[in-house]
Design a protein around this ligand. Sequence first.
Ligand SMILES: [Zn+2]
Length: 419
Amino acid sequence: MNSILIIILIFISINYLFELLLDVLNLGHMSKAIPNILGDVYDTATYTKQQQYKTETTKFSFILGALSFVVIFLVLYFGLLGKLHAYITQFELSSVFTTLTFFGVLFIVSQILSMPFSIWSTFVIEEKYGFNRVTPRLFVFDFLKSILLAVTLGGGLIALITLVFQASGQWFWLIALTIMLLFSLLASALYSRVIVPLFNKQTPLTSGELYDDIKELAQKVGFPVNKIFVIDGSKRSSKANAYFTGFGRNRRVVLYDTLINSMQNSEILAVLAHEVGHYKKKHMWLNFALGGVQMAIILYIFNLFAQSTDLPIALGYSNATEPIFHLSLIAFGLLFSPIEHIIGIATNLMSRRMEYQADEFASNLNYGNELISALKKLSKESLSNLTPHPAYVFVNYSHPTLFQRAKKILGTVEQQTKK
Ligand SMILES: [Zn+2]
C-alpha cells in the first residue's frame, strides 16, 4: 500500500476519533450543575426540553460523523478518486474541463448523500422542538438557489485557479493568492447586496420607537443608521441572531426579525452595540488579514508539493506522469488537515477574544446588564447548552460560553460603577 495514502488514512482516523471524543465529553458534561448567574435562564420544563434537544442533536451528529468517516475512508482506501479521474480522462476534455467535471461529480454525489440528513435535521429534529419554519417548497427553492450559487461562483473560481496552475509554475501560489484575496473582497462586498437577497429580505428600519432609540445610539457611536437592517430570519427558523458584515461602504449590521420580536428595545440596543463594537474594533479587517496570511502559507506549501506525481498516485491514479491539479489539491488538503485543525483552534481563540472586545464595547456604553439579559434570552430560545465541556469549547466554540461572557461583562459593569 502507498505510504502517503497510509499517512492520509491515519490522519483522517485520528481526526475522526478526536472529534468523537470531544462530542462524548461534551455530552457527558451536559447535565452538570448550572452556574449561579445563569440560574434564571431556564425554567424546569424548558430545561428538560433543552437536555432532550441537545441529546438528540448530538446523537444525530454521531451518526452523520460516523457515516461520513466511513464513506471517505473507503473512497480513499479503494482509490476511487484516482479511478474517477481515470474515467473522466477517457473523454479527452481540456484539463480545465476535466477538473470541473471531477469536482462536479464529487459535488453531486455529496449533495445526494447529505440530502436525507438535511431533510431529517430540518423537518424532524428542528420541527419537533418548534424551531422549524421552512416549508417543503422553501426547502426545494433554497436548495436549487444554493446549487446555482455553488456552480457559478465555485465553478468559476475553480476554472480560473486551474488555468493559473497550468500557466504559472513556481509563481502559482502568489497569483492564486491574489485571485483568492480579490475574490473574498468581492464576495464580502456583494454578500449583502447580491447573495443574501437571493434568500432573504432585508429592510432598513425607518420609523417607530425602536428606530428613534437606534438612531440615538448610532449617532453616539458614529455608525450610519441607514446601515442597520432587519432580515426576515423568521422565514426559516424561530432562532434569533444578529451579525455585522462587510467593509467600508458595504458595512452593515443585520438584526433578525425574530430578535426584534422577542426582546425589549434596550436589549436590542445592547446587541446592536455589540455588533457595532466589531466594526469599531476593525474585526472584519483583522479576520481578512489573518485569513490572507493563512491562505498564503497554505498555497505556498501546496505549490511545493503540487508538481509531483506522488499525490495523484496516493489517491489511486497510478498512471500519473504529470501533475494533476484536482487530485493533488485533495491529497494535499488531507495531508494538511492536522495543521488545519490547529489553525482552526487558533482562529476560534481569536474569534472568542473579539467577542469579548465587542461585549466590552457594549458594556462601556452602559449596555452591560441589557446585553447579559439579551444573551440569556438568545440562549433560552435556541435551547443552548449552558454547561459545555471546556475542551469542546476550546476547540469548537467561535464565541465564549454564556457563562464566560456574563462573568466578564459583570466584571466590566462593576468596574464602571466604581468609577
Ligand atoms: Zn459578536
